[in-house]
Every structure is written in C-alpha cells, then in structure tokens.
Design a protein around this ligand. Structure first.
Ligand code: EPU
Length: 435
C-alpha cells in the first residue's frame, strides 16, 4: 500500500484564501545534516523540515554510527561518534541522490569513503563525473566496481583548484565541505550560486571554517581543523521552492493567499515571470501576498542556475501556463528528463507539444479535467496537485510517499488550511501511463 491524495478541483474558480507558512529548506537542511560529519562535537539543527528525504539522511547517518536525537518537531542534535563508518550504507544511500554530499565530509575527515551510485528523482541521467574529477584533483584514488565507488586519500585530502564544467549545486557543496578539512587551499571556479550554498558556508564559518566567495562563482576554502558546534545552533533557511510552489498555486486559484516565513528575494525570477503574466504579487521582508487575476498572459520561461528561473519550479509554472491565454515556450536547460510529466497534463486536457526533451510548447487557456496521476518526481508531484486544484472534477495523485512527501512537509494539512478539498488515502499502487 502507498499513499494517494484525492483532490476535488475548483473548476477554475479562485477560492483559496488564508495563510501558508513556508517550511525549512529541504536542499539546505540535507547539506547541513551532512556537514555535521565535519564536527568534533554535537551540532544542533533547527527549522529542519519533517520530510522523507531528511528522515532518510538521518537514517543513513545513524546507520553509519552517528547519534541523532530528535529533540522536538524540527529540532535535532547530531554527534559523530568514534567508529563512524566510512561506507555510505548502500541500501539507504542508493534511494536518494542527495546522500552523495556526505562523501566530501567523510573523505575529508577519515581519508576514505565508499558509496553506491545514488538514485533519486527520475529527471535525467545525473552523472557523478564531476565528483570523481574533484576527488582525484584533491589527491584521492577512485575505484569503481559494480555500481559502487571507493575513494581513498592516503595521507588526507589536499587543497586543489578546479573549474566545474557544469554549475552543479551538490558538487559545489561537496567540495566546499571537503576543502574545510583538506590541507591547504581549495578553489572552486564556476561554482553554483544557489542561496543554500551561501547558507551552508555561513553555518560552517560560524563554527570555525574559512570559506569565502560562497554565493559567487568562485569559492575559496582554507583547510583547517574539525569544526565545533558548541554555542552555534543552526537554523535552516526558508524553502524557496516550497514558497514558490504555493505562490504558483495562489496565482491560479487564490482570492488572497499570504505566504509567510519565506524570503521573497530568493524568488525574484519566478515573481518577475508571474507578474509579467498579469499576477498581482506584493512582497514584504518575509511574506508574499498573491491574488489570482481573471486573465493570465502567456510568458516564456527558461530554467537556469540561480538567480535564474529554478528548475525545481518549472513543473508548477508549466501548469500555470496551461491557464494563460496564448502560446508559451518552456525551456528546461538543466535536466533532460524533467518534462516527461507533461504527458499527464495533456491527459488532463492541456495543449502541450514536446518539441525535444528540453522544450515544450504550451497553448492556453485549456480547461483541465481531474484524472488519476502518478508523478515521476516530487516537483512534478506538487505540479499535479496544482493542476488538480484548478481542474474540473476529482483527481487522484498516487505514490505521494515516494514523491511529494520527500520534499513537502505536511502538504495535505497545509493545503486544507487554505481551502483545498484534499484527502489522503491508502491505495494499492496502479500503473498509470498517459503516453
Ligand atoms: N552534473 C554533471 N556531473 C556531475 C554532477 C552534475 O554533469 O557530476 C550536471 C547535471 O547532470 C545537471 C547539472 O550538472 O545537468 C546540474 O545538476 P546539479 O548537480 O546542480 O543538481 P544536483 O546538485 O544533483 C540540486 C538539487 C536539485 C535541483 C538542482 C538544480 C539537492 C539535493 N538537489 O541537485 O533539487 O534541481 O540542484 O538546482 O540540492 C529537488 O529538490 O527536487 C531537486 C531535484
């Protein structure tokens, strides 16, 4: 059995109203959790989202020998005990791509690490070549065997200078953390600039690291000793994708929706796109207020590394464009498998043409109809929720536990609180194809 969400559509009416609180950021929390491996004492992490991916990463650390205490909702302490394993437990690590960021700290601290090729969302090929290159540049030897990697740095990691051929978020974070305990200076050029990276650097610097340039495309890390978490509890930043997903939902279906505890400055690109489509958006320091207009205009979007339009909001935005008058082009530049979910939107009534694996053409406005849906990844899962709210009739979204629940905390209760008619049921998984 797995969980499904049953949603009664609004048939295009703007009925949402109220306030939704943004959670701590998944993609910041996961890296802060991995970073605890760089500490000689206990680290306290707060505003951690209670989502499946976080649970799984804690499970991995515990299995490797960490002491993890769930103090209360959103608050955890982590201590890396003696005898901590240098093997990322394959059964757990294989289930989530983000586990790969733990390899940097483990290798830097213990001189070796082994891990399986990680899984995660089905959004593209997602290679590990930049990780392998980086480990080798820092003086480690990498052996690949049967889908697993063993990395060893005899005598410890050495600082190195490297240029990333792609601005990868997890590669940047992995080597920023590895550099903290390496001998000498590490320089990462063409680094990713996502706010979660800057946040991780701030956290590590508060606890003794020497990182400069995080948030720009060149990051310099001076290697040093193990960090100390004493007196420095770390609060996870707001999740820009969680806030952005509710923003898109509000832009389609809200009389007035207040999104609180967020940072609107992290959402400049999506806010600009929605405004040019005719949506009324007001921003305050940590709040966004959105009202859905009666007419939406088509806009083209192109995903890009930060501060460009985030790939993680591409699917919600594509749903939005099905309701805009005219023709919109969606260009997904980061992941080649991240438009496959559009087949399901077409089955709901959207007029979407796939031009190539990276580009679709959306013609609006289309009336959407409730359907049975199964998402390939968590972001498309939330996009289906938005489509279901807009649609006529009832939709059933399957496999919520392995998609939406991985990244969105308490999603059904938060949706219900703003007026969505949603129910969670246990269902036997069905195979649904709309191809
Ligand atoms: N890439 C390589 N070689 C590598 C690693 C990556 O060529 O060794 C390429 C990828 O194929 C891709 C590009 O680099 O074309 C960028 O991918 P990136 O590595 O930045 O993605 P990621 O670090 O695996 C993180 C987020 C994703 C988010 C992307 C882009 C985490 C845990 N994941 O992934 O979030 O989509 O950055 O912003 O931080 C999600 O939350 O749903 C999610 C998928």
């Amino acid at each position: 059995m797995s969980n499904s969400l049953v949603i009664k559509g609004f048939n295009g009416e703007r009925k949402l109203h109220g306030t939704v609180r943004t959670t701590g950021a998944k993609n910041a929390a996961l890296k802060a959790i991995a970073a605890t491996i760089l500490f000689r004492d206990t680290v306290t992490l707060t505003n951690i989202p209670e989502i499946n991916d976080v649970e799984r990463l804690f499970e991995l650390l515990k299995d490797m020998g960490a002491e993890v205490v769930h103090v209360k909702r959103g608050v955890y302490t982590v201590s890396i005990a003696k005898g901590f394993s240098t093997e990322l437990t394959p059964g757990i690590a294989r289930k989530m791509r983000a586990s790969v960021v733990a390899t940097g700290p483990v290798l830097a601290r213990f001189g070796k690490v082994s891990f399986p090729h990680p899984g995660g969302c089905v959004i593209g090929s997602r290679p590990l070549d930049l990780f392998v290159d980086g480990f080798e540049k820092m003086g480690a030897k990498v052996t690949m065997n049967d889908g697993s990697y063993s990395v060893e740095a005899k005598g410890g990691l050495k600082g190195a200078e490297f240029f990333l051929k792609n601005q990868s978020v997890t590669v940047t974070e992995t080597f920023m953390m590895a550099g903290v305990l390496a001998k000498g200076t590490t320089v990462i050029k063409n680094a990713a600039m996502e706010p979660e990276i800057e946040e991780l650097a701030k956290f590590l610097n508060t606890c003794g690291a020497k990182i400069s340039g995080a948030g720009t495309s060149t990051i310099t890390i001076k290697g040093g000793k193990l960090l100390s978490g004493k007196g420095h509890p770390h609060k996870t930043m707001p999740d820009r994708i969680d806030a952005g997903s509710f923003l898109v939902l509000g832009a389609l279906a809200a009389r007035e929706l207040h999104i609180t505890h967020c940072n609107p400055l992290h959402l400049e690109s999506p806010i600009a796109a929605l405004r040019s489509a005719g949506v009324s958006i007001e921003t305050k320091k940590s709040e966004i207020i959105v009202r859905a207009p009666s007419h939406l205009k088509a806009v083209d979007i192109k995903t890009h590394e930060y501060p460009g339009f985030p790939t993680d909001l591409q699917a919600p935005m594509t749903v939005f464009l099905t309701q805009a008058e005219g023709e919109s082009k969606v260009f997904e530049t980061i992941f080649e498998g991240r438009l496959n979910y559009t087949e399901s939107l077409a089955a709901m009534g959207a007029q979407i043409t796939m031009m190539d694996p990276h580009r679709v053409l959306v013609r609006g406005k289309s009336e959407l109809y409730g359907r049975k849906l199964q998402s390939p990844d968590l972001r498309a899962g939330l996009a289906f929720v938005i489509a279901a709210v807009v649609a006529k009739g009832e939709s059933v979204i399957h496999n919520v536990d392995t998609t939406i629940d991985r990244g969105y905390e308490d999603v059904d209760n938060r949706l219900r609180a703003i007026g969505v008619e949603v129910e969670r049921i246990s269902a036997i998984p069905e195979v649904i194809t709309h191809a």
